[in-house]
Every structure is written in structure tokens, then in C-alpha cells.
Design a protein around this ligand. Structure first.
Ligand code: SF4
Length: 282
């Protein structure tokens, strides 16, 4: 059986950077606080938590004067200001692609545009981007939502960095029918669009796709959807232990893709287990 791995499977630049910043800070032996999971990968988080990373839900949980790590998703700047006022030290690992989306949203807002963010309203990155518009943006997850909304004459559209381009395009297409001036900024990150293109191509030439990544990872979920869109049998796993021997019965070509928060060791373990399962059942 042939195993084909998507060339850009695994850690993206932004996640690699956030993990590096965390690891370096933890070398000091001090605790490092992070609001929400540093990355959407439980296996990596557990390793960092053993070294002193503390994941919190509410900024009030951070003791005064602590080290606070802004994860790659970015955060509401008011939270950062509040931590600084309480004597905290900020390590900013906001991904540059997310930072660009924040700046685009902020500029649209300051210039008097209705700001539209194409993305998941519950996702931390989107909540953070919206904070740069004073929470004035409309967050759209489906182009049909445009039909029921009213807009100003000037509309600025951007995207959550890990969204599919199809959402941005379909929202812009609907908006053209509702308002006169539309400015679209494609803020989808390069890594996401590369991974998405690769999974779509790979799914066309294999019989089974294994997508590795956190079940709560937005970008991994998009890879699963895109693979399924090619009508290829697609299975989403977090770790190699989930792989079952019968999944590979009669399969001659298997594709592997992995989300931006998936560490290389998880990909290696999955490949090794597929090889051992197929060897043992051959
Ligand atoms: S997926 Fe893209 S935007 Fe998100 S952290 Fe990685 S490089 Fe940055």
C-alpha cells in the first residue's frame, strides 16, 4: 500500500512560533498563563502544561505580575491592557496573518465601513478580530445570512484566516446585490490555502484520506470537509491509537493530511502505525 503525505501537513509557521515562544518562556521555570488552549492540539498542550503552562478561561484567573502569552489566534487588546496595568508581562505570539486581519478590520471600522468578517462567530480568532472594531463587525458563517441583514453604503469584507475561500467569495457575491461599495480583503493565510489545495488534490488520487488534528481545530475541520467534498472516504483522527486495521482493508493508496496544530511526532506515529497495521494484516 502506498502512503502519500500532503507536503505541508502539520505545524504552520504561526503555531510553530507560538509553541517556540511558550517553550522558551517555560525554560525560566516560571508559570506562563494562556487564555484558551495555546494551540488546538491536546497532546502538545499536555506536554507544555507539564512544564508550567497554565490554560485559563478568564483573565481574572491570572495572578498580578504574571507572564501572559497571547496565542496565535490573537486576543482583545483590552485584555492585554488590563494585564499590563496589573504588572503582567506580555509575550505576544499572535500570528502575523491574524495580526493582518486585525489591522484590516480596524482600518475598515475607523474609515466608517460596515465590517463583515467571514468566519465562525464562536472562534477565538474571530472574537479577537472583532474586538479591533469595538465589536461592531457582522460575523457571517453562511452567505445566506447576507439576505436578512441591512448594510451601510460602504462595506469592508475580510475572512477568518483559516476559512475556505469559497465562503469569502459567496458572501461577496451576495453583498453585491445589497450595497454599492464593497471592498474585499482576502485575509486567509497562505498556510491554510496551501493545505486546503493540497488536501483537495490528494483526495482525488487516493482511496482513503486520514486527516490528523484536534477535533476542535477549525483548520483541521476544513481539511476534512474538503477531502469529503471529493467523495473520498475520510477519517479524522487525533492520535495513531485511533487507527483501526479494518479501515485499510483493500486500500491501495492512503493519503495523509494534518492541520496546522498537528505536531510532526503525531504524523510520524500515524504513519508508523499504518505501516505496522498493514504489514500485520497482509
Ligand atoms: S493557520 Fe495560518 S493564521 Fe493560523 S496560526 Fe497558522 S499561519 Fe497563522
Amino acid at each position: 500500500m502506498e502512503i502519500k503525505i500532503a507536503p505541508h501537513a502539520g505545524f504552520c509557521f504561526g503555531v510553530r512560533r507560538a509553541v517556540d515562544v511558550a517553550e522558551k518562556a517555560l525554560e525560566s521555570g516560571h508559570k506562563v498563563y494562556c487564555m484558551g488552549s495555546l494551540i488546538h492540539n491536546q497532546q502538545v498542550i499536555e506536554k507544555l502544561e507539564q512544564k508550567g503552562l497554565v490554560t485559563i478561561k478568564d483573565p481574572a484567573e491570572i495572578p498580578a505580575g504574571s507572564v501572559f502569552l497571547v496565542r496565535s489566534h490573537g486576543i482583545d487588546p483590552k485584555i492585554v491592557d488590563n494585564i499590563i496595568m496589573r504588572g503582567g508581562e506580555i509575550l505576544d505570539a499572535t500570528c502575523p496573518f491574524v495580526r493582518r486581519a486585525q489591522l484590516v478590520a480596524e482600518k475598515f471600522h475607523k474609515d466608517g465601513f460596515d465590517v463583515i468578517i467571514c468566519g465562525d462567530p464562536q472562534h477565538a480568532e474571530v472574537i479577537g478580530i472583532n474586538a479591533w472594531t469595538n465589536n461592531a463587525a457582522k460575523i457571517i458563517h453562511d452567505a445566506n445570512e447576507v439576505k436578512n441583514l441591512k448594510f451601510k453604503d460602504k462595506v469592508g469584507v475580510l475572512s477568518q484566516t483559516t476559512q475556505k475561500k469559497e465562503l469569502l467569495d459567496s458572501v461577496a457575491k451576495e453583498l453585491v446585490k445589497k450595497t454599492k461599495n464593497i471592498f474585499v480583503e482576502n485575509t486567509i493565510c497562505l498556510d491554510s490555502s496551501t493545505k486546503q489545495a493540497e488536501v483537495s488534490e490528494l483526495a482525488k488520487v487516493v482511496e482513503l484520506m486520514i486527516v490528523i488534528g484536534g477535533k476542535n481545530s477549525s483548520n483541521t475541520g476544513k481539511l476534512v470537509q474538503l477531502s469529503e467534498a471529493q467523495k473520498t472516504r475520510t477519517l479524522h483522527i487525533e492520535t495513531a491509537q485511533e487507527l483501526e486495521p479494518e479501515w485499510f482493508d483493500g486500500v491501495r493508496k492512503v493519503g495523509i493530511a494534518a492541520g496546522a496544530s498537528t505536531a510532526q511526532f503525531l504524523i510520524d506515529e500515524a504513519v508508523d502505525r499504518i505501516k505496522s497495521l498493514c504489514y500485520d494484516t497482509a
